[in-house]
Design a binder for this molecule. Structure first.
Ligand SMILES: [Zn+2]
Length: 147
């Protein structure tokens, strides 16, 4: 009986040793969830969620009514310019939302995938995850990619 209990305790010890501290993981999860909410809020200001594709949003095209305002073509040109800017912003927000969402999914899966470098499978340093909880690759691989 005692021996079995000891083995049990040893196993628990091994588990906590290998995986990230639960408290840290919870903090990162909270950070990710907060960022996700903010990103979604920002996106919905000018884009509609595409229900078929996860993390995909479609920027609403400003209503151009040339016929109603034939005397103001410049105004329409400005609207089109704005639309181009919005598309770029939407794209950046969408990419970030995808990263954040995927990181959250990994945490939910709880199979040890979160916090591991997708490139070399090494653990991503906790400082890096604290700075960017959605980081997918370690510093070493990120630097290599930049070259
Ligand atoms: Zn790596």
């Amino acid at each position: 009986m005692l021996k079995r209990q000891l083995t049990f305790l040893e196993n628990i010890h091994n588990i906590t040793d290998e995986s990230m501290e639960k408290k840290t993981l919870n903090e990162l999860k909270k950070k990710l969830e907060a960022e996700k909410t903010l990103l979604e809020k920002d996106l919905l200001k000018f884009a509609d969620k595409d229900k078929k594709i996860p993390y995909d949003y479609d920027t609403r095209f400003p209503e151009l009514d040339v016929a109603a305002r034939p005397s103001a073509p410049d105004e329409n040109a400005t609207e089109i310019d704005n639309y181009g800017n919005l598309l770029a912003v939407e794209h950046a927000l969408e990419l970030r939302l995808k990263e954040v969402g995927e990181a959250l999914e990994k945490i939910k899966k709880n199979d040890g995938g979160y916090g591991k470098c997708e490139n070399c499978q090494e653990e991503i340093k906790i400082e890096r995850l604290k700075a960017n909880p959605a980081a997918k690759i370690c510093v070493k691989c990120a630097n290599q990619n930049r070259k």
